[in-house]
Design a protein around this ligand. Sequence first.
Ligand SMILES: [Zn+2]
Length: 134
Amino acid sequence: MAEQVPIREGTFKEDKTGAILLANRCKACGQIFFPKSKFCLSCVHKEMEEIELSQRGILYSYTIGHMPSSHFKPPYAIGYIDLPEKVRIYAPLVMTADQSFQVGMEMVAVIDKLWEEDDKEIIGYKFKPVDNAS
Ligand SMILES: [Zn+2]
């Protein structure tokens, strides 16, 4: 099996409940940042604490890419997911043949391979529609 390398250290983790995105929160004003910020972009406070974001959010907007990009074969989907922490996440979406996206649908974070590079698998977070059947 190829070595798996996270696209960015400290951005996410995975446990038995699923994929967890890691953000940080300003200790002064409570503003949340994802990806983490070294200091608060809202009040310039420097004390930040790590928090785990909710695994589920609502699809705010999405687009289907039909042009080849450096890493993704078309068609691919990218979207914005609003989490309960009032953070908007920009992430690739998992595309399946029998699933279409709808603004306002519930999405769940997953950890998945993004692309392969040399003999490594670059892994990162994506979102996919919540399967109501399960
Ligand atoms: Zn702040």
